[in-house]
Write a protein that binds this ligand. Structure first.
Ligand code: BGP
Length: 475
């Protein structure tokens, strides 16, 4: 079986990483508007409020807010079939809990979606990609509080209605799976997902479990809502998953790897099986964590199963030896795999891991999967004649697409799209850097926000165009 004729080739971007214009169009302050750029190897700083001397990359992004037409035209030139965007919650409800939405924010996303449709590009819309209004964190304590679920649903309803008939594919959340009470989290990760600093949480395990539960519940309720607004809506959730390999074949280490990888799946279990998994509740109870699933919640899980799974895939990890304090992902300085190379930021490059993950997930749930993010963060050199020869990026993507095709053609996985992160350079989520570049299109901006913002096609631009033209048959 070949890739489907309507296979969705394209890319993914997120509002807070590309739009900029953080205080235009009556936008409120979002949590990512308070995070600075990090130096190499150093985490980004998180502020409680705007501080004059700090440099906040999200304040200008790559100015997509004003230049979206130009950028979408470039995606169309590559022949994109789909673009995944996110809606910045704080553009629609500046504080998150108003009764009336901000029309200017709605209009902006309607315009972006219309622009995509103009070129026959399928919009895929993420409703939560780390863009929570700061006010919701300050007033209600973020996802720990169920009031925020109601606020989120109000926001979802507004967008389902505003884009009805134009958007068919929706994503409730991006990567809610990174918070698990079993693992020591980094400040930046709990902050990105929920606007809270890990080191400042009082009852860490209970808080992370509650957030994980409430977000899962919110996703299920949003799925139900979206299906009610328009039964034609296809609604999924996106997870950032790394295959976790055992460090050797000692059974205890194999068990260790299983446990570490399994942590990322309980929410997908809930969303696909229509039931919050009993094993998770029992595990929580054994650790003194209380999660109570009411009758009403059970009904919400039952009625809110997803239509597809979105997978963000960058790297695989190696589990620590039994007895090690905790398992760290390769994304955050965990053990390196001696068989694999890694990017400058230490993320392992593992194309076969993509085939493994697609197989693993499809066999577990049997519903369609779309790769919602995959790409290589690298430092690109602009030559004197203003070109970027990014053969390393082409090599990375080529190898991953080859494995994806094996998963579809040999292993019969139902995968309906491949979206690269990110088709245009934008601000990195974990580091805040511009110099960690992913795009087919170079954006002339440095880590300090200096530059012309000019867009320049890299060598990978024409290469990816060819991939799409031949539906992945020739590249
Ligand atoms: C994913 C996020 C994206 C994106 C990507 C790359 O986890 O969904 O928002 O940023 O990672 O990460 P980074 O930008 O830190 O290189």
């Amino acid at each position: 079986m070949r890739l489907k004729d309507d296979f969705l080739w394209g890319g993914s971007i997120a509002a807070h990483q590309c739009e900029g214009a953080y205080d235009e169009g009556h936008k409120g302050l979002g949590i990512m508007d308070l995070v600075t750029v990090g130096a190499y190897g150093k985490p980004r700083e998180i502020h409680k409020q705007l501080s004059g001397s700090a440099h906040y990359p999200s304040h200008q992004g790559i100015d997509f807010y004003h230049r979206y037409k130009e950028d979408i035209a470039l995606f169309a030139e590559m022949g994109f079939k789909a673009l995944r965007i996110s809606i910045d919650w704080s553009r629609i409800y500046p504080n998150g809990d108003e009764e009336i939405p901000n029309q200017e924010g709605i209009r902006f996303y309607q315009n972006v979606v219309d622009e995509l449709i103009k070129y026959g590009i399928e919009p895929i819309v993420t409703l939560y990609h780390f863009e929570m209004p700061v006010h919701l964190v300050k007033t209600y304590g973020s996802w720990v509080n169920r009031t925020v679920i109601d606020n989120y649903l109000t926001f979802c309803k507004t967008m389902f209605e505003a884009l009805k008939g134009k958007v068919r594919y929706w994503v409730t959340f991006n990567e809610m799976n990174h918070l698990d009470p079993q693992t020591e989290a980094s400040d930046i990760f709990t902050y990105i997902i929920a606007g809270l600093k890990y080191s400042e949480l009082e009852n860490k395990k209970q808080t992370l479990a509650t957030i994980g539960y409430n977000m899962t519940l919110a996703s299920c309720l949003a799925v139900k809502l979206g299906h009610t607004v328009d039964p034609l809506n296809q609604i999924g959730c996106v997870f950032g998953i790394e295959p976790v390999y055992p460090v050797d074949c000692n059974p205890i280490n194999v068990m260790n790897a299983f446990k570490q990888m399994d942590r990322d799946f309980y929410q997908i279990d809930a969303m696909c099986n229509g039931l919050f998994p009993a094993y998770k509740i029992r595990e929580y109870q054994s650790q003194g964590i209380e999660i109570a699933v009411s009758e009403e919640d059970s009904k919400a899980f039952r009625n809110g199963t997803i239509d597809f799974i979105g997978m963000n895939y960058y790297a695989s990890s190696v589990a620590e030896y039994e007895g090690a304090e905790e398992g760290k992902s390769a994304l955050f300085g965990g053990l390196q795999n001696p068989y694999l190379e890694a990017s400058k930021w230490g993320w392992t490059i593992d194309p076969v891991g993509l085939r493994y993950l697609l197989n693993y997930t499809y066999r577990k749930y049997g519903i369609p999967i779309i790769i919602t993010e995959n790409g290589l963060g690298a430092v690109d050199q602009l030559t004197e004649d203003r070109k970027i020869h990014d053969e390393y990026r082409i090599d990375y993507l080529k190898k991953h697409i080859t494995q994806l095709k094996k998963a579809v053609e040999i292993d019969q996985v139902d995968c309906f799209g491949y979206l690269t992160w990110a088709p245009i350079d934008l601000v990195s989520a974990t580091t805040g850097q511009m110099s960690k570049r992913y795009g087919f299109v170079y954006v002339d901006l440095d880590d300090h926000g200096e530059g012309t913002t000019e867009r320049i096609k890299k060598d990978s631009f024409d290469w990816f165009k060819g991939v799409i033209e031949t539906n992945g048959e020739d590249f």
